[in-house]
Ligand binder design. Structure first.
Ligand SMILES: C[S@@+](CC[C@H](N)C(=O)[O-])C[C@H]1O[C@@H](n2cnc3c(N)ncnc32)[C@H](O)[C@@H]1O
Length: 200
């Protein structure tokens, strides 16, 4: 963690509303919720140098691996936030984000825990506040129950769904894979993906 401290955002609340001014040279601000070990974070950052990516993760042991990967690759457009996504409003201003990635979030299977899912209505209301007009959520999961439920929540909350698929890699690998996704793909597990556009 110490070796890579320069990619860790110790006081993200101090950047609220001014991320792109604090880190000039980037055109858009994206957040990845639950970045885990950061395979997706690194490759997405490398492919999109115009984007500043805030990688949010509440488990430091996973995040430190992502930090090391970003440091080793000498990639400069990723900031790591060691926080719970439920606190996003403390770190980002209204309409400050252009995109949010939610990849393989915890499925919280018992019904009584559905409110904890990162696609639950309370989270969608939070993302609506923090995303700019036309802003998008890019969502991937292997979990069919979570996916179908999430599609219902997006629709019920007024989000427009695009690129809805229940087998993303049907015809070969598509896009940047996460650590979990690469493992599932190698096991032949189908990957669900959609893009949800912020309601006006
Ligand atoms: C199943 S793992 C997937 C990791 C990575 N996205 C991937 O696809 O390889 C889910 C990750 O999300 C993190 N996470 C879950 N809920 C979170 C929350 N509310 N805030 C921040 N991180 C969260 C977990 O700690 C874990 O690292």
């Amino acid at each position: 963690m110490e070796k890579c401290a320069h990619v860790l955002e110790e006081t993200p609340e101090s950047k609220k509303g001014s991320w792109l001014a604090e880190y000039p040279g980037h055109k858009v601000l994206w957040a990845e919720l639950g970045c885990g070990k950061g395979r997706f974070t690194l490759e997405t950052a490398q492919q999109n140098p115009e984007a500043l990516i805030c990688a949010v993760e509440r488990v430091p042991d996973a995040m430190v691996i992502g930090m090391e990967r970003v440091c080793e690759a000498e990639v400069t457009n990723v900031r790591f936030l060691r926080v719970d996504a439920v606190r996003l409003e403390e770190f980002f201003g209204e309409g400050e984000l252009q995109r949010i990635y939610i990849n393989f979030c915890d499925p919280w299977l018992p019904k009584r825990h559905h409110k904890r899912r990162l696609t639950a209505p309370s989270f969608l209301a939070l993302y609506k506040k923090l995303l700019a007009s036309g802003g998008e959520i890019h969502f991937k999961t292997d979990n069919v129950d979570l996916y179908e439920w999430s599609l219902e929540q997006f629709t019920a909350c007024g989000w427009e769904l695009r690129e809805v698929t229940r087998d993303l890699h049907e015809n070969g690998p598509v896009g940047v894979m996460t650590d979990y996704e690469a493992k599932f793909y190698s096991q032949g597990v189908k990957i669900n993906r959609c893009v949800a556009v912020r309601p006006e």
